[in-house]
Design a protein around this ligand. Sequence first.
Ligand SMILES: CC(C)(COP(=O)(O)OP(=O)(O)OC[C@H]1O[C@@H](n2cnc3c(N)ncnc32)[C@H](O)[C@@H]1OP(=O)(O)O)[C@@H](O)C(=O)NCCC(=O)NCCS
Length: 161
Amino acid sequence: MDGIVIRPMIEHAGAVPRIAAWFFEEWRLIYGGETQASVQRRIESWLTQRQIPTALVALSGNQVVGTVALKEQELPQFPESPWLAGLYVVPEFRRHGIGALLVQAAEREAASLGVERLHLYTPGSQQFYARLGWSVLGHRLLPGGMVAVMCKQVGVSNVRH
Ligand SMILES: CC(C)(COP(=O)(O)OP(=O)(O)OC[C@H]1O[C@@H](n2cnc3c(N)ncnc32)[C@H](O)[C@@H]1OP(=O)(O)O)[C@@H](O)C(=O)NCCC(=O)NCCS
């Protein structure tokens, strides 16, 4: 889709309550006992730049139409770090490549922060991520159902072999 711009979420902090409502609606089962207010507080902790955690938004004009985040921790069963999370595109803007743009922007941001390997988990979008070069590490049963844990090499190792 033409005219989509990816920017740091911190520049659009006013959209956070709306984003929290989207996330709460979408991932209520996975969140277990969390409230929308606690989800919002977590998103507020991503309002940073050039560090992890952080988040990006997709803009159509001045309207926030999608999000993605980078986090240190995600699943206690997986000590790996960091993670791509919070990928969301509002329903009326889906299937125009915005999700892929957000994933690629998060990968670039992580690489620029020195990250070599990024992780994520997904209940139903394994194919979408596989097409973007992500591989399955394993599966885990969460309160909301089974998820695939995936990873991708986004940066170059500085370790000499
Ligand atoms: C998953 C999600 C982020 C994808 O966002 P999106 O903007 O629709 O993503 P894209 O458009 O880049 O790709 C989605 C699909 O549209 C297809 N597509 C991309 N551009 C297209 C176009 N111009 N026309 C038609 N289809 C297109 C892609 O091939 C892809 O196909 P797939 O579903 O078979 O993999 C979005 O559906 C969403 O927010 N879902 C709810 C939350 C969620 O599931 N988050 C991620 C998992 S944790």
